[in-house]
Write a protein that binds this ligand. Structure first.
Ligand code: GLU
Length: 311
């Protein structure tokens, strides 16, 4: 057993015993019934070595982590033009906030808040029907992870469709400003379905490898994005990946990371590892309570923070 395997197992054991686990999201009904005792972790090193512990092979709803993959695809479709419709600044507001949209003329602060990801879904629609855009996203994530078993949980997608009043408000509001080009129902169909992707920590960490490896899938050698684009996506994950808790996450963990209300976090140690953690209980900012703690401990024990001197 390498040291890293020992560290990963140790963290999984500590998290299994942690008393303060946060509260699972309840505004999407199927998420409320996920067992808060779950904890999973997967670390994929640059050479492909995988360390998986706890519930690291159990699929969960990746929710907003999917915004990293939809942004990657949307940038591939329209390039840097995307930035005329979405900003690149932290919002300092909750993930589903509508307030800034009024003064900022329907241009969301960044692609990782809901409004921003709704615009990237609009871009993914392009000239496609919603079904095709959803299929493209699923194929992309499967190819990144090298795993055809990844699926979209229709129950979760439908629950979001039935209860997503705020997202409908955001989409319609942006459409009023001309920053949504397709009907709100179509765009939200794409958005809710990619949020409903179900993946395990192992699958998620595999899918995130291109961000650790300068845009290249290290397994296939295929370039997914340019090195510059990978760097920029990582920069956005660091500054905007945890909503109004992004500063706190950078302070505690020091890695680019993207969280989702399903309790998952994808984190990237550039050149070193792609990491996914999952525990359904959230902190007051809507980010996984134990997922954050686990990453904080992993980084403390490995020295992987991007702010740590190298070599
Ligand atoms: N699908 C969720 C929503 O739109 C995503 C939120 C999240 O994971 O932060 O509310």
């Amino acid at each position: 057993m390498t040291d890293l395997s020992a560290i990963v197992s140790e963290i999984a054991a500590e998290m299994a015993a942690a008393p303060d686990r946060g509260t699972p999201a309840s505004y999407i009904p199927p998420l409320a019934s996920v067992d808060p005792a779950r904890f999973g972790i997967a670390v994929i090193e640059a050479d492909g070595t995988a360390h998986v512990a706890g519930d690291g092979d159990m699929p969960f709803s990746i929710q907003s982590i999917s915004k990293v993959f939809s942004l990657t695809l949307a940038l591939g479709a329209v390039g840097d033009q995307l930035w005329t419709r979405v900003g690149r600044e932290p919002s300092g507001s909750a993930f589903n906030s509508i307030v800034q949209l009024e003064t900022e003329h329907g241009i969301p602060r960044n692609p990782f808040i809901n409004a921003g990801a709704i615009v990237t879904s609009d871009i993914l629609l392009g000239r496609n029907a919603p079904r095709e855009a959803i299929g493209e996203m699923l194929r992309f994530v499967r190819a990144l992870a090298g795993d055809e078993a990844i699926f979209i949980d229709e129950t979760v997608a439908r629950a979001e469709q039935d209860t997503g009043y705020r997202n409908m408000a955001l989409a319609n509001y942006m459409r009023a400003f001309g920053n949504l080009h397709h009907p709100a129902e179509h765009v939200l169909g794409v958005y809710f379905h990619h949020c409903a992707l179900a993946m395990s920590c192992r699958q998620l960490a595999l899918a995130g490898r291109y961000l650790m490896a300068g845009g290249i899938n290290p397994e296939t050698g295929r370039s997914i994005v340019s090195a510059q684009r990978a760097r920029r996506i990582n920069a956005l994950m660091l500054t905007c990946g945890h909503y109004d808790g992004s500063g706190e996450f950078a302070f505690r963990v020091g890695l680019p990371g993207k969280s989702g209300v399903g309790g998952g976090i994808l984190a990237v140690a550039p050149g070193i590892a792609s990491i996914a953690v999952w525990s359904p209980g959230l902190n007051e900012r809507g980010n996984s309570q134990l997922g954050t703690l686990a990453l904080e401990r992993l980084v403390a024990r490995t020295g992987w923070s991007i702010f740590e001197p190298r070599g």
